[in-house]
Design a binder for this molecule. Structure first.
Ligand code: NAP
Length: 331
Protein backbone atom coordinates (compact mmCIF):
# COMPACT_ATOMS: atom_id res chain seq x y z
CA UNK A 1 0.00 0.00 0.00
CA UNK A 2 1.22 3.49 -0.81
CA UNK A 3 2.54 4.88 2.52
CA UNK A 4 0.97 8.27 1.87
CA UNK A 5 -2.48 6.72 1.64
CA UNK A 6 -1.96 4.91 4.91
CA UNK A 7 -1.27 8.23 6.52
CA UNK A 8 -4.30 10.07 5.23
CA UNK A 9 -7.84 10.51 6.42
CA UNK A 10 -10.71 10.94 4.03
CA UNK A 11 -12.62 14.19 4.35
CA UNK A 12 -16.01 13.98 2.73
CA UNK A 13 -17.30 16.75 0.57
CA UNK A 14 -20.51 17.08 -1.28
CA UNK A 15 -19.33 16.35 -4.80
CA UNK A 16 -15.97 14.65 -4.59
CA UNK A 17 -13.57 13.26 -2.05
CA UNK A 18 -10.34 14.64 -0.67
CA UNK A 19 -7.77 12.97 1.49
CA UNK A 20 -6.11 14.94 4.26
CA UNK A 21 -2.73 13.64 5.47
CA UNK A 22 -2.89 12.71 9.15
CA UNK A 23 0.27 14.70 9.92
CA UNK A 24 0.79 18.24 8.70
CA UNK A 25 3.27 20.99 9.50
CA UNK A 26 2.04 23.79 11.79
CA UNK A 27 3.31 27.29 11.05
CA UNK A 28 2.09 29.51 13.94
CA UNK A 29 5.08 31.28 15.56
CA UNK A 30 7.42 30.05 12.82
CA UNK A 31 9.36 33.25 12.45
CA UNK A 32 10.20 35.05 9.24
CA UNK A 33 13.56 33.77 8.13
CA UNK A 34 12.73 30.31 9.53
CA UNK A 35 9.41 29.27 8.08
CA UNK A 36 10.58 28.94 4.47
CA UNK A 37 13.29 26.46 5.47
CA UNK A 38 10.82 24.63 7.71
CA UNK A 39 8.32 24.17 4.88
CA UNK A 40 11.07 23.06 2.51
CA UNK A 41 12.40 20.58 5.07
CA UNK A 42 8.87 19.26 5.58
CA UNK A 43 8.06 18.83 1.90
CA UNK A 44 11.46 17.26 1.24
CA UNK A 45 11.01 14.62 3.95
CA UNK A 46 7.49 13.65 2.91
CA UNK A 47 4.97 16.06 4.47
CA UNK A 48 2.06 16.70 2.16
CA UNK A 49 0.00 18.92 4.45
CA UNK A 50 0.81 22.44 5.67
CA UNK A 51 -1.37 24.37 8.11
CA UNK A 52 -1.32 28.14 7.56
CA UNK A 53 -3.34 31.18 8.63
CA UNK A 54 -3.50 34.82 7.65
CA UNK A 55 -2.95 35.90 11.26
CA UNK A 56 0.37 34.04 11.52
CA UNK A 57 1.85 36.82 9.36
CA UNK A 58 4.10 34.44 7.44
CA UNK A 59 2.00 33.20 4.52
CA UNK A 60 4.16 35.05 2.00
CA UNK A 61 7.24 33.18 3.17
CA UNK A 62 5.37 29.86 3.19
CA UNK A 63 4.42 30.76 -0.39
CA UNK A 64 8.11 31.29 -1.26
CA UNK A 65 8.80 27.71 -0.19
CA UNK A 66 5.77 26.32 -2.03
CA UNK A 67 6.88 28.11 -5.20
CA UNK A 68 10.15 26.14 -5.11
CA UNK A 69 8.58 22.72 -4.71
CA UNK A 70 4.93 22.67 -5.78
CA UNK A 71 3.27 23.14 -9.15
CA UNK A 72 4.01 22.58 -12.83
CA UNK A 73 7.64 21.66 -13.43
CA UNK A 74 8.37 21.32 -9.69
CA UNK A 75 8.93 18.22 -7.56
CA UNK A 76 5.31 17.98 -6.44
CA UNK A 77 2.08 18.42 -8.37
CA UNK A 78 -0.25 20.87 -6.64
CA UNK A 79 -2.89 18.21 -6.03
CA UNK A 80 -0.50 16.13 -3.94
CA UNK A 81 -0.15 18.77 -1.25
CA UNK A 82 -2.96 19.64 1.15
CA UNK A 83 -2.91 23.33 2.03
CA UNK A 84 -5.05 24.95 4.70
CA UNK A 85 -5.52 28.59 5.62
CA UNK A 86 -7.85 30.41 8.00
CA UNK A 87 -10.11 33.43 8.00
CA UNK A 88 -9.11 35.81 10.80
CA UNK A 89 -11.61 37.33 13.23
CA UNK A 90 -11.89 40.96 11.94
CA UNK A 91 -12.74 39.56 8.48
CA UNK A 92 -16.00 37.84 9.44
CA UNK A 93 -18.25 40.39 7.78
CA UNK A 94 -19.66 38.60 4.69
CA UNK A 95 -18.43 41.54 2.58
CA UNK A 96 -14.83 40.86 3.65
CA UNK A 97 -14.60 37.08 3.37
CA UNK A 98 -13.69 36.72 -0.29
CA UNK A 99 -11.07 39.45 -0.16
CA UNK A 100 -9.48 37.83 2.91
CA UNK A 101 -9.36 34.46 1.18
CA UNK A 102 -7.91 35.97 -1.99
CA UNK A 103 -5.26 37.71 0.08
CA UNK A 104 -4.14 34.37 1.59
CA UNK A 105 -4.13 32.83 -1.89
CA UNK A 106 -1.96 35.65 -3.22
CA UNK A 107 0.49 35.39 -0.33
CA UNK A 108 0.73 31.62 -0.69
CA UNK A 109 0.96 31.85 -4.49
CA UNK A 110 -1.98 29.50 -5.00
CA UNK A 111 -5.07 29.44 -7.18
CA UNK A 112 -7.04 27.42 -4.61
CA UNK A 113 -6.86 26.16 -1.03
CA UNK A 114 -7.70 22.59 -0.06
CA UNK A 115 -9.31 23.79 3.14
CA UNK A 116 -10.33 27.19 4.49
CA UNK A 117 -11.28 27.38 8.15
CA UNK A 118 -13.13 29.98 10.18
CA UNK A 119 -10.32 30.50 12.71
CA UNK A 120 -12.67 31.25 15.65
CA UNK A 121 -16.45 31.60 16.02
CA UNK A 122 -15.86 35.12 17.43
CA UNK A 123 -15.91 38.14 15.13
CA UNK A 124 -13.69 41.08 16.09
CA UNK A 125 -14.30 44.68 15.05
CA UNK A 126 -14.23 44.92 11.28
CA UNK A 127 -11.13 46.47 9.76
CA UNK A 128 -7.46 46.11 9.00
CA UNK A 129 -6.36 45.87 12.63
CA UNK A 130 -5.69 42.22 13.48
CA UNK A 131 -6.15 42.68 17.22
CA UNK A 132 -8.54 45.57 17.85
CA UNK A 133 -8.25 46.02 21.62
CA UNK A 134 -10.06 47.97 24.30
CA UNK A 135 -8.05 49.74 27.01
CA UNK A 136 -8.43 46.75 29.35
CA UNK A 137 -6.77 44.44 26.80
CA UNK A 138 -9.96 42.63 25.77
CA UNK A 139 -10.91 42.57 22.10
CA UNK A 140 -13.47 44.83 20.41
CA UNK A 141 -16.08 42.44 19.13
CA UNK A 142 -18.50 42.75 16.23
CA UNK A 143 -22.11 41.58 15.98
CA UNK A 144 -21.47 39.49 12.87
CA UNK A 145 -22.78 36.00 13.55
CA UNK A 146 -20.62 33.03 12.53
CA UNK A 147 -23.61 31.67 10.60
CA UNK A 148 -23.47 34.66 8.23
CA UNK A 149 -19.72 34.30 7.89
CA UNK A 150 -20.23 30.63 7.01
CA UNK A 151 -22.66 31.50 4.23
CA UNK A 152 -20.03 33.80 2.72
CA UNK A 153 -17.43 31.03 3.01
CA UNK A 154 -19.74 28.68 1.11
CA UNK A 155 -19.53 31.06 -1.85
CA UNK A 156 -15.76 30.47 -1.92
CA UNK A 157 -16.43 26.78 -2.61
CA UNK A 158 -18.89 27.69 -5.37
CA UNK A 159 -16.26 29.94 -6.97
CA UNK A 160 -13.56 27.25 -6.81
CA UNK A 161 -11.30 29.31 -4.55
CA UNK A 162 -11.34 26.58 -1.91
CA UNK A 163 -12.04 22.86 -2.16
CA UNK A 164 -13.61 22.60 1.27
CA UNK A 165 -14.45 24.73 4.27
CA UNK A 166 -14.34 24.02 7.96
CA UNK A 167 -14.31 25.33 11.50
CA UNK A 168 -11.78 25.93 14.20
CA UNK A 169 -12.33 26.41 17.93
CA UNK A 170 -16.06 25.67 17.63
CA UNK A 171 -17.79 23.87 20.49
CA UNK A 172 -20.30 21.08 19.84
CA UNK A 173 -23.32 23.39 19.99
CA UNK A 174 -21.72 25.79 17.51
CA UNK A 175 -20.83 22.93 15.16
CA UNK A 176 -24.48 21.82 15.26
CA UNK A 177 -25.55 25.37 14.60
CA UNK A 178 -23.48 25.47 11.40
CA UNK A 179 -24.61 22.01 10.28
CA UNK A 180 -28.24 23.13 10.56
CA UNK A 181 -27.81 25.93 8.04
CA UNK A 182 -24.95 24.57 5.91
CA UNK A 183 -25.24 24.19 2.16
CA UNK A 184 -21.61 23.03 2.18
CA UNK A 185 -20.97 20.96 5.28
CA UNK A 186 -17.94 21.72 7.46
CA UNK A 187 -15.44 18.91 6.87
CA UNK A 188 -13.14 19.70 9.79
CA UNK A 189 -13.16 21.22 13.26
CA UNK A 190 -9.60 22.17 14.24
CA UNK A 191 -9.25 22.37 18.01
CA UNK A 192 -6.60 22.13 20.70
CA UNK A 193 -6.09 18.44 21.43
CA UNK A 194 -3.35 16.51 23.26
CA UNK A 195 -3.16 14.08 26.18
CA UNK A 196 -3.91 16.84 28.74
CA UNK A 197 -6.98 17.90 26.69
CA UNK A 198 -8.14 14.73 25.01
CA UNK A 199 -11.44 16.18 23.74
CA UNK A 200 -13.17 12.78 23.94
CA UNK A 201 -16.71 14.26 23.96
CA UNK A 202 -16.13 16.76 21.16
CA UNK A 203 -14.39 14.05 19.17
CA UNK A 204 -17.28 11.64 19.38
CA UNK A 205 -19.76 14.43 18.65
CA UNK A 206 -17.84 15.49 15.52
CA UNK A 207 -17.41 11.88 14.51
CA UNK A 208 -21.18 11.33 14.66
CA UNK A 209 -21.53 14.21 12.16
CA UNK A 210 -18.68 12.97 9.93
CA UNK A 211 -16.68 16.09 10.76
CA UNK A 212 -12.93 15.31 11.06
CA UNK A 213 -11.06 16.68 14.05
CA UNK A 214 -7.63 18.19 13.61
CA UNK A 215 -5.50 18.55 16.74
CA UNK A 216 -3.73 21.87 17.04
CA UNK A 217 -0.97 22.38 19.58
CA UNK A 218 -0.67 18.58 19.67
CA UNK A 219 2.63 18.78 21.57
CA UNK A 220 1.36 21.26 24.15
CA UNK A 221 2.61 24.41 22.40
CA UNK A 222 5.66 24.91 24.61
CA UNK A 223 6.58 28.04 22.62
CA UNK A 224 3.20 29.77 23.06
CA UNK A 225 3.89 33.44 23.85
CA UNK A 226 2.11 33.39 27.24
CA UNK A 227 3.69 30.18 28.56
CA UNK A 228 4.70 30.45 32.19
CA UNK A 229 7.12 28.18 34.09
CA UNK A 230 4.46 27.16 36.65
CA UNK A 231 2.34 25.52 33.92
CA UNK A 232 2.79 21.81 33.21
CA UNK A 233 5.02 20.78 30.30
CA UNK A 234 3.40 18.02 28.29
CA UNK A 235 6.59 16.89 26.56
CA UNK A 236 8.31 16.52 29.95
CA UNK A 237 5.56 14.27 31.39
CA UNK A 238 7.33 11.38 33.14
CA UNK A 239 4.72 8.73 32.40
CA UNK A 240 4.75 9.70 28.76
CA UNK A 241 8.54 9.52 28.84
CA UNK A 242 8.33 5.97 30.17
CA UNK A 243 5.95 4.91 27.38
CA UNK A 244 8.26 6.52 24.82
CA UNK A 245 11.19 4.55 26.20
CA UNK A 246 9.18 1.34 26.00
CA UNK A 247 8.63 1.94 22.25
CA UNK A 248 12.08 3.46 21.59
CA UNK A 249 10.34 6.59 20.35
CA UNK A 250 10.30 10.20 21.55
CA UNK A 251 7.48 11.61 23.74
CA UNK A 252 6.44 13.76 20.75
CA UNK A 253 6.11 10.67 18.55
CA UNK A 254 4.05 8.84 21.18
CA UNK A 255 1.66 11.79 21.53
CA UNK A 256 1.21 12.10 17.77
CA UNK A 257 0.73 8.34 17.40
CA UNK A 258 -1.91 8.33 20.16
CA UNK A 259 -3.88 11.00 18.30
CA UNK A 260 -3.60 9.53 14.82
CA UNK A 261 -4.56 6.13 16.19
CA UNK A 262 -7.79 7.82 17.36
CA UNK A 263 -8.30 9.17 13.82
CA UNK A 264 -7.28 12.69 14.79
CA UNK A 265 -5.17 14.68 12.32
CA UNK A 266 -2.12 16.38 13.91
CA UNK A 267 -0.30 19.52 12.82
CA UNK A 268 2.83 19.79 15.00
CA UNK A 269 4.83 22.96 14.47
CA UNK A 270 8.58 22.92 14.28
CA UNK A 271 11.28 24.97 12.61
CA UNK A 272 13.93 22.37 13.44
CA UNK A 273 14.68 19.99 10.56
CA UNK A 274 15.41 16.99 12.81
CA UNK A 275 12.13 17.43 14.74
CA UNK A 276 10.16 17.98 11.53
CA UNK A 277 11.43 14.59 10.37
CA UNK A 278 10.86 12.97 13.76
CA UNK A 279 7.25 14.12 13.87
CA UNK A 280 6.47 12.32 10.61
CA UNK A 281 8.04 9.04 11.73
CA UNK A 282 4.89 7.85 13.45
CA UNK A 283 3.61 5.33 10.93
CA UNK A 284 6.07 2.54 11.76
CA UNK A 285 4.72 1.58 15.20
CA UNK A 286 1.42 1.37 17.00
CA UNK A 287 0.46 1.78 20.63
CA UNK A 288 -1.23 -1.19 22.25
CA UNK A 289 -4.77 -0.69 23.63
CA UNK A 290 -3.50 -0.59 27.24
CA UNK A 291 -1.12 2.30 26.50
CA UNK A 292 -3.81 4.07 24.46
CA UNK A 293 -6.06 3.89 27.54
CA UNK A 294 -3.26 5.00 29.84
CA UNK A 295 -2.62 8.09 27.70
CA UNK A 296 -6.40 8.76 27.60
CA UNK A 297 -6.26 8.85 31.41
CA UNK A 298 -3.79 11.79 31.39
CA UNK A 299 -6.67 14.09 30.42
CA UNK A 300 -7.06 16.97 32.88
CA UNK A 301 -8.88 19.40 30.56
CA UNK A 302 -5.86 21.71 30.52
CA UNK A 303 -6.12 24.30 27.76
CA UNK A 304 -2.84 25.92 26.77
CA UNK A 305 -4.34 28.08 24.01
CA UNK A 306 -6.56 30.52 25.77
CA UNK A 307 -5.29 34.09 25.92
CA UNK A 308 -5.78 35.81 29.27
CA UNK A 309 -5.62 39.42 30.46
CA UNK A 310 -5.29 40.87 33.96
CA UNK A 311 -8.43 42.44 35.40
CA UNK A 312 -8.41 43.80 38.94
CA UNK A 313 -5.25 41.84 39.66
CA UNK A 314 -6.79 38.56 38.45
CA UNK A 315 -6.05 36.62 35.26
CA UNK A 316 -9.25 36.29 33.21
CA UNK A 317 -9.99 34.95 29.75
CA UNK A 318 -9.40 37.76 27.28
CA UNK A 319 -12.39 36.89 25.10
CA UNK A 320 -14.61 35.39 27.81
CA UNK A 321 -17.31 38.05 27.40
CA UNK A 322 -17.66 37.64 23.65
CA UNK A 323 -21.15 36.27 22.89
CA UNK A 324 -19.61 33.48 20.80
CA UNK A 325 -16.72 32.59 23.11
CA UNK A 326 -16.60 28.79 22.67
CA UNK A 327 -15.15 27.54 25.94
CA UNK A 328 -17.97 28.25 28.41
CA UNK A 329 -19.67 25.06 27.21
CA UNK A 330 -18.24 21.81 28.62
CA UNK A 331 -17.25 20.72 25.09
P1 NAP B 1 2.91 22.46 19.07
O1 NAP B 1 3.02 21.96 17.71
O2 NAP B 1 2.14 21.69 20.08
O3 NAP B 1 4.35 22.71 19.68
C1 NAP B 1 5.31 23.48 19.05
C2 NAP B 1 6.57 23.47 19.93
O4 NAP B 1 7.05 22.12 20.06
C3 NAP B 1 7.70 24.28 19.36
O5 NAP B 1 8.35 24.89 20.44
C4 NAP B 1 8.60 23.23 18.70
O6 NAP B 1 9.94 23.66 18.71
C5 NAP B 1 8.42 22.06 19.64
N1 NAP B 1 8.59 20.74 19.00
C6 NAP B 1 8.11 20.34 17.79
N2 NAP B 1 8.44 19.07 17.56
C7 NAP B 1 9.14 18.63 18.64
C8 NAP B 1 9.75 17.39 18.98
N3 NAP B 1 9.70 16.35 18.17
N4 NAP B 1 10.39 17.32 20.18
C9 NAP B 1 10.43 18.40 21.01
N5 NAP B 1 9.87 19.58 20.74
C10 NAP B 1 9.23 19.71 19.55
O7 NAP B 1 2.32 23.94 19.12
P2 NAP B 1 1.53 24.96 18.21
O8 NAP B 1 2.44 25.66 17.27
O9 NAP B 1 0.72 25.79 19.14
O10 NAP B 1 0.47 24.08 17.39
C11 NAP B 1 0.74 23.47 16.15
C12 NAP B 1 0.05 24.19 15.00
O11 NAP B 1 -1.35 24.17 15.18
C13 NAP B 1 0.36 25.68 14.91
O12 NAP B 1 1.67 25.93 14.47
C14 NAP B 1 -0.74 26.13 14.00
O13 NAP B 1 -0.46 25.78 12.66
C15 NAP B 1 -1.91 25.34 14.56
N6 NAP B 1 -2.69 26.09 15.59
C16 NAP B 1 -3.97 26.45 15.29
C17 NAP B 1 -4.71 27.15 16.23
C18 NAP B 1 -6.13 27.53 15.91
O14 NAP B 1 -6.69 28.37 16.63
N7 NAP B 1 -6.73 26.95 14.90
C19 NAP B 1 -4.18 27.48 17.48
C20 NAP B 1 -2.88 27.07 17.76
C21 NAP B 1 -2.15 26.37 16.82
P3 NAP B 1 10.79 24.14 17.41
O15 NAP B 1 9.86 24.83 16.46
O16 NAP B 1 11.80 25.06 18.02
O17 NAP B 1 11.41 22.92 16.83
Amino acid sequence: MNPLRRSTLRVERARNRQRMPLVGLGTWKSAPGQVKQAVLAALDCGYRHIDCAAVYGNEQEVGDALALRVGPGKALPRDEVFLTSKLWNPKHDPEDVEEACRSSLTHLGLSYLDLYLMHWPMAFRRGKELMPRRDDGSMCSSDTHYRDTWKAMENLVDKGLVKAIGLSNFNARQVDDIITIARHKPVVNQVECHPYLSQADLLSHCRSLAVCVTAYSPLGSGDRPWASPDEPSLLADQELGAIAERYQKSPAQVILRWNIQRGVVCIPKSVTASRIQENLRVFDFSLCPAYMKLIDSFNCNTRFIIPTVEKNGKKVWRDGEHPHFPFHDPY
